[in-house]
Design a protein around this ligand. Sequence first.
Ligand code: ATP
Ligand code: MG
Length: 633
Amino acid sequence: ICNTVIPVTDNRNSIHYEAESPDEVTFVIAARELGFMLNGKKQTSITLHELEPIIGSMVYRTYKILSTLSFSSARKRMSVIVRTEECQLLLFCKGADSVIFSRLVKDGQTFEAATRDHVSKYSETGLRTMVVAYRVLSEQEFSVWHDEFLNATNIVSANREEMLELAAEKIERDLILLGATAVEDRLQKGVPDCVDKLAQAGIRIWVVTGDKLETAVNIGIASHLLRKDMKQIVVTLSALDNSVFTERDKEAHDKACNESVTRQLHEALNEVTSLEKRSISCSLVIDGSSLVYALSRDLEKSFFDLASGCASVICCRTSPKQKALITRLVKINTRKTTLAVGDGANDVGMLQEADIGVGISGVEGMQAVMSSDFAIAQFRYLENLLLVHGHWCYRRVAAMICYFFYKNITFGFSLFCFEVYTSFTAQPAYNDWYIAFYNVVFTSLPVIALGVFDKDVSSLLCLKYPMMHQDGVQNIFFSWPRILGWMINGVFSSIIIYYFASSSILNQAFRNDGRVAELGILGLTMYTCVVWIVNCQLALYFSYFNWIQHLFIWGSISLWYVFLVIYGFFPPVVSTSAYRVFLEAAAPSAIYWIVTVATVITALIPYFAYKAFQTTLYPKYNELVQIKQHENR
Ligand SMILES: Nc1ncnc2c1ncn2[C@@H]1O[C@H](COP(=O)(O)OP(=O)(O)OP(=O)(O)O)[C@@H](O)[C@H]1O
Ligand SMILES: [Mg+2]
């Protein structure tokens, strides 16, 4: 009993009741069993008040559940076998209309036409429907079947699922139709807007659902995937008359289906091509039974061509396996990144097949979330995940990798330049501890700040300009020219460092008493420039500064001087070439400081000049947004 929608199946006829106030209740009854009627009349709604005397006068009956065949998305149905008080054995089965209707015995089809009519009416209004049927079992039939079912349940092997399915197939047949139910399954808040945004970001969206065609189309319209100006192309096998094929004619049936799907796909493809010329967009709706053939080896290419020519694609009545196959088809044929979003256990295959799986936690359990890469609570958060965090993270990770190349090349290549000078005698320019601490202490924290905090535009603007998402799709920030550019920048910086330091320090009197500088001072000067340059380069790159970035960058540089002082106090056995070198030799010398400043400025000029020209002459999309953001301040 709940208070949203009242789907009641009366005596072999389906009536849909919709509650209008909270005290109205939902009451789903297998009416044939309970004979439910109010004052001898059909009622469109019932209040708790009216219900009380009925419940009071109702005869309660006890059913003993003997066996449950649980729901699976592949079977699209579930059943219970019960023993009534009169010791009669009954099987009740509920499930998708297509599955139940095809399992009815001849005598059980009396109300099929009327129920079908009701079911399609419910679906057209966007309700999720289910058909209920029953069957009387004999004791013997049940006991034979039950042994087999228990065997299948207890088996510990890979084909357990198959055996269970086989057992279910044996008993869930020759059913007698009882009626249909419908429940409202509202779209979550914000879905249409989110779909709109994602479409604006240039993301192609396919809906793959286990629902009925009519319901799926209705949801497509509600979520703005299907629009009035689109030509809707439907590929379905529902028009095929199955009654002409007996069970033995499986092959003939398959052949007819295959031909029908082939024909429909080709006709649709022609239509799409001709409409494309008149710039009319199309949408494709295809059902699970057609997909069986459309996803076969011969037809998958035609299906994919057709689907990729359509602006929206809706696949309905799909099994979990088909969901995964569709994802794989798109992934392989487009070679693009695929992202699957799902909330139920039937989406697990799809979530794992896609490059990125996003599980929605909610009423349908945790399976989807457990097997996904990202978990969100509502569909609309996808917008934030992709357009805001997707953009930020992509830019951060790309910049971080490029910067790693840069800073290590700057460091390593300056060592190499010195090696050339020493004619490859393997004499290192830097003290061992300088080398050991480079990536661990003096340049590590600012990179973390880049990878965690940097953002080029605010989240509001990311959502306002969804096209920025295309930066990632077109791989603007991690292209070969960009990676090579950073590498060349690194080589350039290190040449400047070596050239400036060696030519200014080595060839003239360095100390007051006229002595020239020795190797320890050259290494120290070069290393000072390296630490300054790689950190200032990062400061130039940052689009966003808070106190953490400042602390990390200027802190890392200060740490270098602190380290020099402390390390210099260690006895010469430990500090070797760095013994008191900073306090006694480098710091009192003006040339050391002048070289540092000149080298840092010179090494940063190329990046600065490139950035200034590029932003003025060929701004990227995100830079245009940045300019807008700046103007609006
Ligand atoms: N617990 C159940 N018992 C019986 N039938 C069910 C049950 N749950 C769903 N069905 C029927 O099986 C069909 C397929 O269900 P499935 O879970 O595969 O997909 P869905 O929930 O309809 O859609 P989606 O793929 O969007 O989650 C449903 O449309 C419904 O008719
Ligand atoms: Mg579901």
